[in-house]
Design a protein around this ligand. Structure first.
Ligand SMILES: Nc1nc2c(ncn2[C@@H]2O[C@H](COP(=O)(O)OP(=O)(O)OP(=O)(O)O)[C@@H](O)[C@H]2O)c(=O)[nH]1
Ligand SMILES: [Mg+2]
Length: 431
């Protein structure tokens, strides 16, 4: 992805937010802290933040006109290179603000798109972010982003002004969006082919707010070597690893992109196939950083899960970074969330979580007895893949097996082993 030149050389930035009646001052402060973390992730230096109390955003300037003078003073005082607003700006508001302040103005959505653009590594992530940026840009071709001069051709639209030029740019962009969608569909098909080959496995997916420690947990549980950083959106691609060598059926663990409040909907839409890893999971590990507004982050994560139709998947709530709490704080949190697992992934202390995952599946497993005719013995490999074979007995009437697996895998075996070649399959009564 192409970075904007704006973030070269650690630019000085000024953060701007509106305090609207429905928000508390604490909400605003947390949101600003997050905006600061987002800016820091791009290497910007946050020099100051300014909050204006208003009943609603000014339709033309977002902020009240009276505030613009104060903003200009701060620009001068701190040699500000550009401004970042916490709320999303309409194309008109952005254009008016830039004209009046003589500085580029970005909003929260652009900042997040920028970070995604910078952190995308795989071809799929690059295509997804390019699609999200193009979709975001399409209604904003009024002249906004003219300062976002891109390296290496960038978004590929020209810099001219005037109605004709803008219409031409829109056409170029629409064509580009269509091509990106086609390319993504192709990648999606390849991914689906791979998925079919491993569908006997139990799928577990890490989800949660960005920076909660998902990749750290993945590394601790699977000896993976994923990038861990104290920056937002370090991970954009899905990675899948085997959780335990021995367990049958196999358990696969996936790490993927994190969430944030007001996640731009262009991103959710274009990261559709990456988010599919989450939608396809049998179990979600909902990771929460205990040191960072747990309740708010849980709410946001559940809202995004709802948006991607994954909210109904069973979850284990995982409170991470417990080393950041004293014993009293931990006790309070444990009492509020008795079902949660508490870990310190950075110290590799994840045994309790590993056990919780295995137990989750164990509780759901069923045991069946099967008699398989000798002429179908070559299908044993498939049986071993889809279930745990507790007993195998070569009897005169056939191969007798006792199998344990989750119901969906047993259902698969019933259906896919050669047309009802199981002579007998019955559920054992639970003890
Ligand atoms: N103190 C403490 N820090 C931790 C712990 N686990 C992870 N971290 C730190 O939290 C930061 C983020 O960790 P990651 O594993 O990259 O978080 P993530 O959820 O994958 O983040 P994104 O991929 O950016 O969404 C890193 O600086 C980690 O070292 C922990 O148990 N305790
Ligand atoms: Mg990560």
């Amino acid at each position: 992805m192409h970075e904007t030149l704006l973030f070269r050389n650690s630019p000085n930035v000024l953060l701007l937010a509106l305090h609207l009646p429905e928000k508390s001052r604490l909400d605003i402060d947390h949101s600003l802290q997050e905006l600061q973390a987002l800016s820091y992730s791009l290497g910007a230096v946050v020099c100051d933040a300014l909050v204006q109390q208003r009943d609603q955003p000014h339709p033309a300037f977002f902020f009240g006109k009276g505030k613009l003078g104060q903003i200009k003073d701060l620009i001068h005082k701190h040699s500000i290179s550009f401004l970042i607003t916490d709320g999303q700006l309409s194309p008109k508001q952005a254009q008016n603000l830039e004209k009046s302040l003589h500085k580029p103005v970005l909003d929260r959505t652009q900042l997040i798109l920028e970070i995604f653009g910078r952190n995308a590594r795989t071809r799929e992530a690059k295509l997804q972010i390019e699609l999200a940026q193009s979709e975001y840009l399409l209604p904003r071709l009024l002249g906004m982003w003219k300062h976002l001069d891109r390296e290496r051709g960038g978004i590929g639209v020209s810099r001219g002004t005037g109605e004709k030029q803008i219409e031409k740019d829109r056409q170029i962009l629409r064509r580009k969006i269509a091509h990106l969608k086609e390319d993504l569909q192709r990648v999606d098909r390849e991914r689906n082919n791979q998925k079919k080959r491993r569908s006997s496995c139990l799928q577990v997916s890490l989800v949660g707010y960005t920076n909660a420690g998902k990749s750290t947990i993945m590394n601790a549980l699977t000896n993976a070597d994923l990038l861990v950083e104290n920056k937002l959106f370090a991970t954009l691609d899905s990675t899948t690893r085997l959780l335990e060598e021995e367990s049958r059926p196999k358990i696969l663990l996936s790490d993927t992109v994190g969430f944030i409040r007001n996640l731009p909907h262009e991103l959710v839409a274009s990261f559709h196939s990456t988010l599919e890893t989450i939608r396809d999971a049998d179990l979600l590990l909902h990771v929460v950083d205990v040191g960072a507004e747990p309740e708010e982050h849980i709410k946001t994560t559940l809202a995004v899960l709802d948006e991607i139709q994954a909210v109904g998947i069973p979850k284990i709530l995982v409170f991470n970074k417990t080393d950041q709490l004293d014993l009293l704080e931990q006790a309070i949190l444990r009492r509020s969330y008795p079902e949660a697992v508490f870990i310190t992934a950075a110290k590799g202390e994840v045994t309790e979580l590993q056990e919780a995952i295995v137990n989750f599946f164990e509780r759901r497993m069923e045991t069946v007895q099967v008699l398989l005719d000798y002429q179908h013995s070559r299908r044993l490999a498939e049986i071993y893949e889809w279930s745990r074979v507790n007993k195998i007995d070569y009897r005169e009437e056939g191969i007798f097996l006792e199998l344990t697996s989750i119901p969906s895998n047993l259902k698969h075996l019933r259906h896919h082993l050669p047309e009802a070649q199981f002579e007998q399959i019955q559920l054992t009564l639970p003890n």
